[in-house]
Design a protein around this ligand. Sequence first.
Ligand code: ZN
Length: 112
Amino acid sequence: MTNRITLRESTPDRWQAALRRAIAEGVQVRQLAGSGLWVATSSHDPGMAYEVTPWSCECTAGQFDDPVCKHRAALLHRLGHLALDDESLDILRATLTRHARRAETRHEARAA
Ligand SMILES: [Zn+2]
């Protein structure tokens, strides 16, 4: 079949990749006190948030019927239904170390 259909499957690998992106990009999940609805911040626009449930999301991926997105991954992680596997942890650690080094370099450049 076409790649498009393959890409939109709900597979453990895709959920891991989505969760890695969510954490690396700082996606945050919050529950609204009044309604109990969950929202997840947009990684492109930190001032914006999408309504999200384990099954649906207002983001572009969600609107195009992709069963997997980083917001749902972040919510499932927050609810304890999706854990990072060891490979994901290694990749994330490497990413965060790279970010920290870059921030350090910027800081040093400013201090100089
Ligand atoms: Zn989403």
